[in-house]
Write a protein of this length. Sequence first.
Length: 94
Amino acid sequence: MRSTRSQNPGEQFGIDQLLPTLGPLERRTLEEVWRLGHASVREVLDVFGNEVAYTTVMTTLDRLYKKGFLERTKVDRAFIYHASLTKDQLQIGF
């Protein structure tokens, strides 16, 4: 397993400043990753049902990773995503 890390957004801003910078799908995806603890694209897609395509979820998770909201670990051919910070840490501006 290989872990990759992105810049942590909570180091400079609190949740009230950060979440408005995310689109509705990004916010909902982040909420699901927080709820699940860690998730693959398929696991998030299962929660969304037929609302969005697999590639849309994959792109959204990748954008959240690149923005520093998620970290990811490669397992076989897939990434498993988890939040860089908890919701509470973002709220206090960790």
